[in-house]
Design a protein around this ligand. Sequence first.
Ligand code: SF4
Length: 613
Amino acid sequence: MGGYHGRYLRIDLGTVSESWIPLPESVLRRFLGGVGLGVWLLNRECSAGVDPLAPEAALVFCFSPLVGTPLTTSAKFAVVAKSPLTFRLNDALSSSHFALAGKRTGADALVIVGACAKPSLLVIEDGAIRIESAGDIWGQTSDVATARLQERFGAEYHSAVIGPAGENCVRFATISHANRHAGRGGLGAVMGSKRLKAIVVRGSQRVPVADPAGVVASARDLSQRSFGPATAKYRELGTVANLLTFNRLHALPTRNFQQGQFDEAQQISGESLNEARRVARNSCAACTIGCEHIYALPPHPQPLSPEAGERGEGVRLEYESLFALGPLCGIADRDVVLRAARLCDRLGMDTISVGATIAFAMECAERGLLHEDSLRFGNGDMLLSLLPRIARREAGLGDLLAEGSRRAAAKIGGDAADFAPHVKGLELPGYEPRALQTMALGFAVGSRGADHNRSGAYEVDFSPRADRLHGSPDAAALAVDTEDRAALIDSLILCKFLRGVFADLYAESAEMLRRVTGWDVTDEELRTVARRIVTAKKLYNQREGWNADEDTLPKRFLSEGLPVGGSVEATLPRERLSAMIAAYYVARGWDAAGRVPAAIVAELDLHDLRTDG
Ligand code: SF4
């Protein structure tokens, strides 16, 4: 079997012990790697009902069969844990040299349990582990900590670090490597709860592939196609190009989802950023696309906090950060957004969740539910001053918002829960669900909550196959298809920005996998693998107490119309969403209550997942 070591490394931080555990070929072939393998491992290594921030909770880093091959965009890793934000399964992806070096330690995955007695580093060097003190970098921002680790260990070592938000168990804290982030669902808080500032890896154990010449041929072909029109958007403007498109479609969430258009969209658009501030284009390791656009940030005359870093360096900005720290908070000043994005990166916070939670608080204050005079839409200084307060969990507003919008709404009371912008506790990304109603379905049923990376149902809305303002049960099977494709890509792992270059994702993936592993895998088998992974996530959530009431949207989206031009409003009545959800359950083969029946468990060969404590 090429592409795998066939084992994972289990590390107990409490006892400072490690064990190597075989990964049978039957498991690897059924779950591949990345997110898929992570779901299987979390199910095995994490008891039901565990508090995600308790020492016994598992934090899983998964590599993939493609990491280390010349296939473009394959230098990625997945992080999987029970989310402290949602208490449901959470998986997030990140990129670059940590993936390459991590796999060369000799493991297909790292499973970390227990907690250190004091702030520490976990160093893994060719499979040998040791714990070192992190006393000198505890409290440092993720970029400063990374730089210090680089000085201490040297260029062959690569680290995944948390910022102050992770240390303080902010429920949407991230794990960072090379200024890319395993961003959603609070994985940084899980790491912080273990007093683990960083995982530092170095390795030399390369994995052979079954057909080296075939892999090189696949890599050449894929790289060639990655320069084509399907990825042009990412090279030219990057994801920030979405802002004006979404604004035109009334799909740009504005002022905590009260509108779908932002009057000042033009001045904060990707086009204007490109003209006024863009300085460079970068890429993850082993990527031929290069979607990272870097913008210059002029020095601020009055630095608001030591973390603000007013040194005039570049900032990487994506659409999701732009929408969440811009229109969602009513902010039209691009330099405020750039500064806020950089602060989030340094402090280690998910820009979507923190932006949405602040926007929610701004609405609460405007409605008189929170008594904070300067907490108002459009107040950029307030946004910038709140970010470090949240990361440090400062008493009052900082600590309240560090809990995320769902828990904050429960504490604020009144009708705040009706407009807290989350599903299952995870804040919505930048896709207005009333204007993109197949995406609304994807948000409602998503295993990790409202999410645009595990469901690509917006693609259905943007196609002629659906009426995006009138969601239909007929679109449910199309939504299922986008989820399955995402599960395959996230488990192989490749970058989703490549998805447009595949004429037949399943057949072409099967060919790559055959060449890497030597398996006689087919496109049909990979379709089953993708369904299996989505269903395994659901089984995990069922085990943790999921019920069908969670598959919904906040009341705002189901009761308030969204102006979409003239006197027309887009509405998404609860009955319509319920009909779409019912059709989704049917398309997945689940029962009417959304539970996975035994026949599907058997069909998808999921018998070895633990469904009890
Ligand atoms: S396209 Fe962008 S996100 Fe994807 S691997 Fe390349 S640089 Fe990274």
